[in-house]
Design a binder for this molecule. Structure first.
Ligand SMILES: [Zn+2]
Length: 319
């Protein structure tokens, strides 16, 4: 076994010996080079510091998969406190700590108040926010050449490393720009290119990742009891399904293109929806365009939802 970061295998299969003066960063580097998902930060044993790596044999056969989310803040400009509340609740319900947001815009002066200049960074605090201008799109500045030109493609490696490091403490990353969709009507947002770069570098270094638009997951069927006026409004073309002042993690983290069935007074119909958003002081499920006729069978909706997920770049990519 080669040695990394000044460490060598101690001969036992449950810990990795590291040099006395090895620092914590190097230990974490070692842990993700070896994909030791269970490695705890180093501890000092009788003959020096160690990485605690129980079940190492098993982990080497089945390395940990790190999920990294991409996301577009479209529609959240005036609701950043609620956004953080929602995202944290969803991650907590899945056993993860509050995630770190990685801003991959080249420029931050925008109309959306919550994402203008340092606003979002100030709200989150520097521990939960990073601005990686290096993964921004140069085209935005120059307006010359191809529409997507990542400023420094190699820095996607840093993002990958960053994600792997935080995965050890059960914290995930969300890299974002403003665009609503990763892909739409044949056009791509530059985060699609960042996703491809992450995939490429993960493949190269043999680390296991899942790259997916927040909040991830497979589309579900969700039955909803609706008040008669809401039932009518949505059936008549309403673009949101109001949920009230509070929403649970299930609705806040509802996978994209889930099929909601609204029930009222013995009647029902279906809609393709996304995770809850904030609008006019309450939570609601956004109704996506491209729904079949409301009277269509649910199987039609499932089929359409699958197509939408593919077209909009919502299916996970795994390396
Ligand atoms: Zn974008």
């Amino acid at each position: 076994m080669p040695s990394h970061a000044g460490a060598h295998w101690a001969g036992s299969f449950d810990r990795v010996h590291v040099n006395k003066n090895a620092d914590a960063t190097k230990m974490v580097t070692l842990a993700h080079v070896c994909d030791l998902s269970v490695a705890k930060p180093g501890f000092v044993g009788h003959d020096g510091p160690f990485l605690n790596a129980h079940n190492l044999g098993q982990q080497l056969v089945e390395p940990m998969k790190t999920t990294i989310f991409s996301w577009g803040y479209y529609g959240w400009g005036n609701h950043t406190p609620e956004l953080i509340e929602a995202v944290d609740a969803v991650e907590k319900s899945r056993g993860f700590k509050p995630p770190i947001f990685v801003d991959i815009r080249i420029r931050r002066s925008v109309r959306a108040a919550g994402f203008n200049g340092p606003s979002f960074e100030k709200l989150l605090g520097t521990k939960r926010h990073v601005w990686m201008k290096s993964l921004g799109n140069n085209f935005i500045e120059t307006r010359e050449g191809p529409p997507i030109q990542i400023a420094d493609p190699k820095s996607a490696k840093d993002l990958l490393r960053f994600a792997k490091t935080h995965a050890l403490e059960k914290r995930r990353l969300i890299y974002f720009c403003s665009c609503q969709w990763l892909r739409c009507e044949g056009k791509e947002c530059h985060r699609a290119e960042v996703t491809r770069l992450l995939f490429k570098f993960a493949k190269e270094e043999g680390s296991s990742v899942e790259l997916v638009e927040w909040p991830g997951g497979q589309s579900k069927r969700v039955p909803l009891k609706a008040a008669p006026e809401i039932f009518r409004a949505v059936r008549n073309g309403g673009k949101t399904i109001p949920l009230g002042k509070n929403a649970d993690a299930k609705m806040l983290g509802l996978p994209w293109c889930s099929v909601a069935t609204l029930h009222s007074n013995g009647e029902s119909f279906h809609r393709i929806v996304g995770p809850a958003v904030r609008s006019k002081g309450q939570w609601c499920l956004p109704v996506l365009d491209g729904c079949p006729e409301p009277i269509a069978e649910i199987a039609e909706f499932d089929k359409q939802a699958e197509m939408l997920r593919r077209d909009l770049g919502l299916e996970p990519i795994e390396a």
